[in-house]
Design a protein around this ligand. Structure first.
Ligand SMILES: Cc1ncc(COP(=O)(O)O)c(C=O)c1O
Length: 333
């Protein structure tokens, strides 16, 4: 969250513009600005409305906002929607567009080919800072060092945390382009933190990165993701009517659970709690009873094991997932 705060402050100071555009299906952190750029319901209770944030729809073919039937249509229409939003908001008022390269908690929606390159073009055209949030997707999770590597796109600012030091102690940061760094070479960046550059956190990052490179952790995540996780999840989807869609890459996967594959009605309603969320609670209880702690968000479960997980551990977890999906199946039509 600190990294996102500082990325957006830098973008505003660099451009002299007030607004930030971000996606509805997103999560960017718990501090005031970060939770306001967040799209998911965790924003609502703290939404200050005037924080200079405008939300837009990023591409997601399975639940298309654009009546698209192909990834190409979804991509083109999402880009047209974004550029129109920029035009109507006033390009000269927009400091930054911030996106998770692949949204994490919001559902691991892989952007269609060409989307991020298209956002890069819109940013260049209107002098907008392009911020990619890789707090969840970065450092090997996608089977590449950064999710942006999958799409051959270079942002102006990139936030990172979690995987940078394997989470041993809290550390977040922002990678800064030469152009934005030059702005703060001329005038100091008006900020400072008690714990910036904390030696323990940074030493853990250096050690983690060295181990990841030395042991081939990223290649391992890519290989087991492609050879074990993806085929297993696709096979589960064939057998379990509750699985509407499987999507992801590397060690970063989501299963969209539905009541009905034809209508794609979610297994539980958007932001359901209590009794309304019972099918997902029953699914999670079954997974836990079989030794798997599942990530559950609304009607989704995510399969996001450690990047150094073994094949045997994966198979054990996938077997528990198989059993728990049979519980979810009981709630389908
Ligand atoms: C993509 C992304 N950005 C930012 C954050 C915020 O991090 P923090 O835990 O510091 O609030 C998260 C947290 O999960 C995240 O997933």
């Amino acid at each position: 969250a600190d990294a996102v705060e500082h990325a957006l402050r830098m973008a505003r100071l660099h451009t002299g513009r007030p607004k930030v555009l971000s996606a509805y299906r997103s999560y960017h952190g718990g501090t005031q600005q970060a939770v306001n750029v967040t799209g998911d319901p965790r924003r609502w209770a703290s939404d200050s409305g005037t924080a200079g944030v405008v939300h837009f729809w990023a591409p997601f073919l399975y639940r298309s906002r654009f009546y698209a039937e192909t990834e190409e249509q979804e991509c083109a229409r999402a880009l047209e929607h974004l550029e129109t939003t920029v035009a109507f908001e006033g390009p000269g008022t927009i400091a930054a567009i911030v996106l998770e390269t692949i949204p994490g908690t919001a559902g691991i929606m892989m952007p269609p080919a060409g989307y991020l390159a298209g956002v890069r073009e819109i940013c260049d055209k209107y002098g907008i800072v392009f911020v990619l949030d890789e707090v969840m997707a970065g450092f090997g999770r996608t089977g590449t060092w950064f999710a942006a590597d999958l799409y051959d796109v270079v942002p102006d600012l990139m936030t990172f945390a979690k995987g940078v030091n394997s989470g041993y102690v809290p550390l977040g940061g922002v990678a800064i382009s030469a152009e934005i760094a030059a702005t703060f070479a001329e005038r100091p960046y008006p900020g400072g933190l008690t714990y910036s550059g904390h030696p323990l956190a940074c030493a853990a990052a250096v050690a983690t990165i060295n181990v990841m490179a030395g042991e081939g952790v990223v290649e391992h995540a890519a290989r087991l993701g492609g050879e074990v996780v993806e085929p297993a999840l696709r096979e589960l989807a064939e057998r379990h009517p509750s699985v509407g869609e499987v999507r992801g890459t590397g060690m970063f996967w989501a299963l969209e659970l539905v009541k009905d594959r034809e209508t794609r009605e979610p297994l539980v309603p958007y932001n359901a709690t209590g009794q309304a969320a019972a099918p997902m609670s029953a699914f999670a209880a079954s997974a836990k009873a079989h030794g798997l702690w599942p990530f559950v968000n609304m009607n989704r479960t995510h399969v996001v094991p450690p990047c150094n997980v073994s094949e045997a551990e994966l198979k054990e977890g996938l077997a528990a997932l198989d059993t728990a999906l049979s519980v979810a199946d009981e709630y389908t039509r």
